[in-house]
Design a protein around this ligand. Structure first.
Ligand SMILES: Cc1ncc(COP(=O)(O)O)c(C=O)c1O
Length: 365
């Protein structure tokens, strides 16, 4: 007879395959800790956005609008993409995972660069598809020629993260446009643009023009970064055809974007002046931190994002450096958890937090 008391629940094989997302710690630490580990905005949400979210709370006895119609209209007005070619998500991660479910299955292939965003490995593990990872080039950027060479008849999805998390680097628009020409029409190409507003190489909206030429193209964006709303979870995808939004909606629960999140995102879109100011502050931080790192003999990757990425000096121990920074009230992300041991990823904070990070790093090294 089976010993029921000692039997464990039997999960599906994919539970053993799916990697655990490397979450940041620090959520239970004192408020004055510099949280530079999750590429969040250091600025609190705008008061008008908080008011819009709060006003939505009085109606939460009703389900949220399942078609996200007002938010889609606002995005459509802003980007000139019809509402049918826009997908909304509970964060852009939700759209990524739904894309994996809608596109992948055993026998299918998925191509992405590595190191890149930690959620991408989940897609193959969850679906049983094969992940083909392509090494970044010597400047921590996507090697698009090498990625194009990995596309086969089995490929269903290619993901390009531009700017790339965790390496902060970006490729110019011309390279992305040329790559899109090389991806066959039946293969979905997701360009993950979570940090595109911080990219000074090109106007962030130039890629939107590519949608008219490439029905298989999906531009993935989020309210989590420059809009500072990651706690509410809203992302969106601008797509080259209506097929992708339809498919990702088919595999998800109907009410994936809550009412406060929809209201906040709609309001946030109206404040592009605040977006520009946040970008400006991030660029100032970028320059100041680069100068500070250079003074320590460190050459960070060429950041086009709201964070930096750099290799530690050879004699430094990554875990010890991360611990030393945490002891000084500065939380950053260790490269080992993100695909490259010996590196650090540091989000730009407030001017005070940035100084604190540089002082702490100087002491620890
Ligand atoms: C490259 C990239 N894509 C997508 C996301 C997901 O963001 P969210 O689900 O908050 O929209 C992140 C978050 O860190 C990211 O770095």
């Amino acid at each position: 007879m089976r010993d029921n008391a000692r039997m464990a629940i039997e999960f599906s094989a994919r539970i053993a395959r799916i990697p655990t997302y490397p979450v940041a710690d620090g959520y239970s630490l004192p408020a004055n800790v510099a949280m530079l580990a999750s590429n969040e905005s250091p600025d609190p949400p705008l008061q008008a956005v908080v008011r819009a979210a709060a006003a939505a709370l009085s109606g939460v006895n009703r389900y949220p609008d399942p078609s996200n119609s007002t938010l889609k209209r606002a995005l459509s007005d802003r980007y000139g993409v019809s509402t049918g070619r826009i997908a909304i998500g509970n964060g852009s991660c939700d759209i990524l995972l739904a894309a994996g479910e809608a596109l992948l299955e055993p026998g299918a292939e998925l191509v992405y660069a590595w190191p890149s965003f930690s959620v991408y490995p989940h897609l193959a593990a969850a679906s049983g598809a094969r992940a083909i990872t392509v090494a970044l080039d010597d400047e921590h950027r996507h090697d698009l020629d090498a990625m194009a060479a990995e596309i086969t008849v089995a490929t269903r999805l290619v993901i390009v993260c531009n700017p790339n998390n965790p390496t902060s680097t970006a490729l110019p628009f011309a390279d992305i446009a040329a790559f899109a020409e090389r991806v066959p029409r039946h293969v979905a190409l997701i360009v993950d643009e979570a940090y595109c507003e911080f990219n000074l190489l090109d106007d962030p909206d130039t890629t939107v023009d590519l949608l008219g030429r490439h029905p298989n193209l999906v531009l993935l964006r989020t309210f989590s970064k420059v809009y500072g709303l990651c706690g509410l979870r809203v992302g969106f995808a601008l797509c080259g055809s209506e097929d992708f939004p339809r498919a990702v909606d088919q595999v998800r629960q109907p009410f994936f974007c809550n009412a406060a999140a929809q209201a906040a995102a709609i309001e946030a879109l109206k404040h592009q002046d605040a977006v520009a100011e946040r970008v400006e502050r991030a660029i100032v931080a970028r320059v100041e931190i680069e100068v500070g790192l250079n003074e320590l003999g460190i050459e960070p990757a060429r950041s086009q994002a709201n964070f930096c990425w750099f290799d530690l000096p050879e004699d430094a121990d990554e875990a010890e450096v991360v611990r030393g920074l945490a002891e000084r009230g500065v939380l950053v992300r260790a490269g080992a958890a993100l695909g490259r041991a010996g590196a650090l990823r540091v989000t730009y904070g407030t001017p005070g937090q940035n100084v604190r990070f540089l002082d702490a790093l100087r002491e620890v090294l």
